[in-house]
Design a binder for this molecule. Structure first.
Ligand SMILES: C[S@@+](CC[C@H](N)C(=O)[O-])C[C@H]1O[C@@H](n2cnc3c(N)ncnc32)[C@H](O)[C@@H]1O
Length: 209
C-alpha cells in the first residue's frame, strides 16, 4: 500500500500526520459491539430523508452506509468514495446481501482527490465519520466535499478523540467555515465522550461587488 505521507503536501506535515486504517482491519469496524455506543440509525435518521442524495467519504466496510442506504430508500442514492478498494469490496458484499447494492455507488479515489466533480452542487448530505484525520490535506478534501453539496445541504462530521485532538477538530471546523459551511442543528450532532461531532450547512455566499 502506498504511504499517504508520500502524497502529503509538505506544509501539512508538521501539524498533521495521517495514518490510514488498513483494509485488513475493516472487519473490526462492523463488529456488533460497536452498536453498544454508536447508533448509526439515530445519528443519520434526522439528516437522511427518503429520496435524499448522499455522499459518504471513507465508508470503510459500511457501518454507517447500510443504515444510510436504508434511510434514503429506493428513491434516494448514496455515493461512497474510499481510498482502499478492499474496503469497498467488503462493503459491496454487505450491501448485496441486504439488497441495497442498487442504491449505492462505490468509487475508489486517491488520497487527495475524491473524484467527485460530476456530483457538483447535487448532494443533500455528506457524511465523514472517522475519516478526516486520515486524509493528508483536510482542506483540499473538505473543499471537494463542499463542492458536491447543494446550498442548504448538510455535512455530518464525526472524529474520534483518540486520533483527532480538540485542536485538530477546531482546525477542521475553521476550514469548513471558510469554505461556506455554518454550524446548524447542534442538537443533531452525536454526543459521546469518545468523539467530537458537528452538523454543518452550506450557505449561499454573499455576492462580492
Ligand atoms: C477508520 S475508517 C472509518 C470507516 C467508517 N467511516 C466507519 O466509521 O466505520 C477510515 C476510512 O477512510 C478511508 N480513507 C482514508 N483516507 C482517505 C482518503 N484520503 N480519501 C478517502 N478515503 C480515505 C480508509 O480507507 C477507511 O476506509
Amino acid at each position: 500500500m502506498q504511504d499517504v505521507m508520500e502524497l502529503a503536501p509538505s506544509a501539512a506535515r508538521p501539524q498533521h500526520r495521517p495514518h490510514v486504517c488498513p483494509w485488513w482491519l475493516g472487519w473490526t469496524l462492523v463488529l456488533p459491539f460497536r452498536h453498544w455506543t454508536q447508533k448509526p440509525e439515530s445519528w443519520l435518521e434526522p439528516l437522511a430523508r427518503t429520496g435524499c442524495r448522499a455522499l459518504e467519504v471513507g465508508p470503510g466496510t459500511g457501518f454507517f452506509t447500510v443504515p444510510l442506504a436504508e434511510l434514503v430508500g429506493s428513491a434516494g442514492k448514496v455515493w461512497c468514495v474510499d481510498l482502499q478498494p478492499r474496503m469497498l469490496t467488503t462493503l459491496g458484499r454487505r450491501l448485496r446481501r441486504r439488497g441495497l447494492a442498487e442504491r449505492v455507488s462505490l468509487r475508489t479515489c486517491s488520497a487527495d482527490d475524491l473524484g467527485v466533480t460530476d456530483l457538483a452542487d447535487t448532494m443533500d448530505l455528506a457524511v465523514l465519520i472517522y475519516v478526516l484525520h486520515e486524509v493528508p490535506d483536510p482542506a483540499r478534501t473538505l473543499a471537494q466535499v463542499v463542492s458536491t453539496l447543494r446550498v442548504g445541504g448538510r455535512l455530518l462530521l464525526v472524529e474520534p478523540r483518540g486520533h483527532c485532538s480538540a485542536q485538530l477538530f477546531a482546525e477542521q471546523l475553521r476550514i469548513a467555515h471558510d469554505l461556506g459551511l455554518v454550524a446548524r442543528d447542534d442538537a443533531l450532532a452525536p454526543k459521546l465522550r469518545s468523539l467530537q461531532a458537528a452538523v454543518l450547512e452550506k450557505v449561499q455566499r454573499p455576492l462580492v461587488r
